[in-house]
Write a protein of this length. Sequence first.
Length: 278
Amino acid sequence: MKEFDPITYVEDDGQTTPEIGLWGIKKYRLFGAYCNIFTTGMKYKWKQRVYIDLFAGAGCARIRKENKIVHTSALIAAKVPDKFTKYIICEEKEENFHALKNRFINENCDLNCEFIFGDSNKNVEKIINAIPADGTLSFCFVDPFSLNIEFETIRKIAATRKVDFLILLALQMDANRNLVYYIDEESDKIDKFIGNKNWREPFLNAEVSKKDFIKYLAEAYDNNMRSIGYKVNPNLKFKIENTVNTPIYYLAFYSKSDVGNDFYTKVEKMQNNQGKLF
Ligand SMILES: C[S@@+](CC[C@H](N)C(=O)[O-])C[C@H]1O[C@@H](n2cnc3c(N)ncnc32)[C@H](O)[C@@H]1O
């Protein structure tokens, strides 16, 4: 595998640059390492290696309090030494979408790119149609702020194409904080996240304690992925903590193949051995 440092610091280009916490660096290291092992390892195995970013952002982010700007997911994926054969980049916020497209141009990313504007949950058919049908293995990064990825979106993409997923499960920063609100029948966010309207029952019947909400959702997610043919290894969830060591989310990996799971295991080990955030 070729050397690749996913962390690229850049100057302020005057375009929209969302703020992130320092722990975002850890996410980008793991994500970038996976892109690198995927594109190199699959280069001679799959004619087409496609990158799908369902929540792409603006291409760059400013690290809060540090005043440093780094490349984020889509530009990191664009910079791997062995390129993906196609990039499908989705974003719903107009200013982020434009900044991202401009940055692809300014960085001279001469790549096969398709940019899809709007809500990825609603654009799922467009996204599927953008994936080449034959000889394709895709890597789909799902990086929402909260639990606003509908399981139906994942299910539809997985049903029509061969896709490995890296999914940010915002279980601590969203689910746990907002359980009281989500238990309220009026919120359908969890219903859509795990594709089950009856998830409240075990909590209301006291069969599952509210303190086990995160575990419950993580298991429900794994079971969902299993039910659509993924070889789920519950350990392939990389915990990201903030600067005071409070867990905030998991980066959960799902593949139908042992090769994908082995790659992610290697990447997780590399990150753990590195033992440093930056
Ligand atoms: C946490 S940021 C992730 C940014 C980027 N992936 C990164 O590496 O930092 C989530 C991004 O998804 C966008 N977004 C939120 N909901 C979306 C949706 N339903 N469909 C597409 N994009 C969405 C937001 O505007 C935001 O730019």
